[in-house]
Write a protein that binds this ligand. Structure first.
Ligand code: NAD
Length: 330
């Protein structure tokens, strides 16, 4: 099939070219995001392949349909950027990659916890400059500490498993009771108890109307003094202004983020020679107990290989008119 990729980076091209040897689709790569002004670039193709910050609203989908696009293939799990109703009306199918590697995100979560706790990022810079002083680098044993995991799906479960290996007590909250979590020794609890007892709280639930800003002034007040909060799920599960308040009052002693509610204007781009105008983000960066990565938790070779395989298989299934296992519908 003739497919054009939007928002592509060198690493996308590498993994998709390699994997496509098995599929033989005709693939082209564009660096620009898909939006109202770039949709015409899909002219001459049958499918578009898009990522988290591409926009496939009604207007964009209309232009795509006029160009003859029949399939939108998301190379990610989330689909909040696609107007599924408009796609259905226009006869455009939408497919995604529902799961690739829960290990990639869970392991990055633990990397954030360990780095914030043992301050290896600060030690690395100190030692490079010949500063071997230990002041300010004191951490705590993870062994015996209580970790609260919100959302015990694929990623939350792997995170729980890893932290059990450290000898942590793991509390879990989910709207669904997962037996696998109980089998590995996660103690199910309600949110209030999780906030009250946890030394570290890690978010692994999706962004929904129920989870929007669930970490806010009220929930932070219920937490232990000196709590560590980690978010590798979606930025808007946290009210950023509330965590800034919590950091200033020292209620929150550590914050690790891979996602940020306004990340669309920042992440995945090199802005090192630009002025960053987001004052809230810049305030976060000013704390030495805040560690931010730019939505890279998924970014392992294993996950990229899985994303490329599933995406190209989704496109092949569409071409061969097979049932679309990973179709998303309104
Ligand atoms: P999943 O669907 O397997 O698990 C999500 C879990 O959250 C489910 O068990 C669900 O019941 C639970 N949940 C839903 N609503 C809830 C609520 N109100 N309170 C508590 N729990 C609730 O998903 P997953 O694959 O484990 O992914 C989890 C999150 O990680 C998603 O938001 C996803 O977008 C994010 N993610 C981030 C990255 C990254 O690179 N940072 C990569 C992949 C996924």
């Amino acid at each position: 099939m003739k497919v054009v990729f939007f928002s592509s980076k060198v690493y996308d091209q590498q993994f998709f070219f390699e994997t496509n040897q098995k599929y033989n689709h005709s693939i082209s790569f564009l660096e620009v995001h898909l939006n109202e002004s770039t949709a015409v670039l899909a002219n001459g193709y049958e499918a578009v392949c898009i990522f988290v910050n591409d926009i496939a609203n009604k207007q964009v989908l209309q232009v795509l349909a006029e160009q003859g696009i029949k399939l939108v293939a998301l190379r990610c799990a989330g689909f909040n950027n696609v107007d599924l109703g408009a796609a259905e009306e226009l006869g455009i199918k939408v497919v995604r990659v529902p799961a690739y590697s829960p290990y990639s995100v869970a392991e990055h979560t633990v990397a954030l916890i360990l780095t914030l706790n043992r301050k290896t990022h600060r030690a690395y810079n100190r030692v490079k400059e010949g500063n071997f002083a230990l002041n300010g680098l004191m951490g705590f044993d993870l062994h015996g500490r209580t970790i609260g995991i919100i959302g015990l799906g694929k990623i939350g479960l792997v995170t729980a498993q890893i932290l059990k290996g450290f000898g942590c007590r793991v509390l879990g909250y989910d709207v669904v009771k997962h037996e696998e979590a109980e089998e590995i020794g996660v103690e199910f609890t309600d949110l209030d108890m999780l906030y009250k007892e946890s030394d570290i709280i890690s978010l692994h639930c999706p962004l929904t109307p129920q989870t929007y800003h669930m970490i806010n002034d009220e929930s932070i007040n219920k937490m232990k003094d000196g709590v560590m909060i980690i978010n590798t799920s979606r930025g808007a599960t946290i009210d950023t202004r509330a965590v800034i308040k919590g950091l200033k009052s020292e209620k929150i002693a550590y914050l690790g983020l891979d996602v940020y509610e306004e990340e669309g204007d920042l992440f995945f781009e090199d802005l090192s020679d630009k002025v960053i105008k987001d004052d809230v983000f810049m305030r976060l960066l000013s704390f030495n107990n805040v560690l931010i990565t730019g939505h890279q938790a998924f970014f392992t070779t294993d996950a990229m290989q899985a994303i490329a395989s599933v995406t190209l298989q989704n496109i092949a299934d569409f071409e061969q008119q097979k049932p679309l296992e990973n179709e998303v519908k309104p």
